[in-house]
Design a protein around this ligand. Sequence first.
Ligand code: MRU
Length: 344
Amino acid sequence: MLMLDKLKFKTLEWTGDSLRILDQTRLPNEVTYLDCTKLEDVVSAIRNLKVRGAPAIGISAAFGVVIGINEQEFSSRHEFEQRLDHVISALANTRPTAVNLFWALERMKEVSGRSKEKDPEQVVQLLLQEAISIHEEDKWMCEKIGEFGADLLKDGDTVLTHCNAGALATGGIGTALGIIYTATWQGKRISVFADETRPVLQGARLTVWELQQQGVDVTLICDNMAAFVMKKKKIDCIIVGADRIATNGDVANKIGTYNVAILANFHKIPFYVAAPSSSFDPAISKGDDIIIEERGCEEVTDCFGSKIAPSGVKIYSPAFDITPAELVTAYITEKGVQSSKFNV
Ligand code: MRU
């Protein structure tokens, strides 16, 4: 049995003809599922953060390819390929930072490239198989990350995390939170401090919600409380996820992760990055080369429909930042725990 089956909700699910996603913009107030039956539904769900988190974006995009292809009938292989290019580029243009999106779309493209002699109906079946494999592999990678990471945690430990790298962000039990769940299921008592994670509060809305569902002891803090919490409370380690990891070990993750890494370094607290191999980008050699998504001004000027800043103010809203490799203690992947080369 997969550990995933212990969770009380499903982030995403292929129903046979649609992608059902838990609408994360409605959490924690409402648990609402959305059936994506058209390419535009998947594109909009990813762009508007209804489904978010690097691995979950990749999986959704893979199913998005199948949905986009199924919307049309083809009289030739050429027509099929034109549509496939359109569908892939629409999905690729949703969010630029998480490499898992491009990694999954590349896998889908390769399936079609390998079956040039097949007719469109046969290729659609192969594309669906590939999307299902991408989802299944992610479930498995999360479980392995959970196992390897849980070995780093002792009974009674307290972990600080930023954003949401949980089951809501993946096809499985999560990366950072998957480690916490696994340790908890092993009988260790683990407590969590969750940064709220402005601007759109993935920590407060999502991480707290899913940890509470699982009965994990969680305390919510505002982002600017992290330094004081590290000084005053016994924080044994920080665990975060990643949207893209460069070959030199620099990590793109939710805006504010870099702050947390600097604070951890100052307080001599281990800083772990938990991520599947689909988050490592062999084509990017350093963090500065990673494209950082900038999001709409209203995410900063507004909070839950209310203005919190005077209109007309200038806004800068990067959604991610880069944590340099020298601030990372180790990477926890499905292959094991790899110390940062700066820590060996
Ligand atoms: O903008 P989001 O909510 O998609 O950002 C998510 C994160 O930064 C996560 O930490 C990251 O994708 C890893 S999820 C396992």
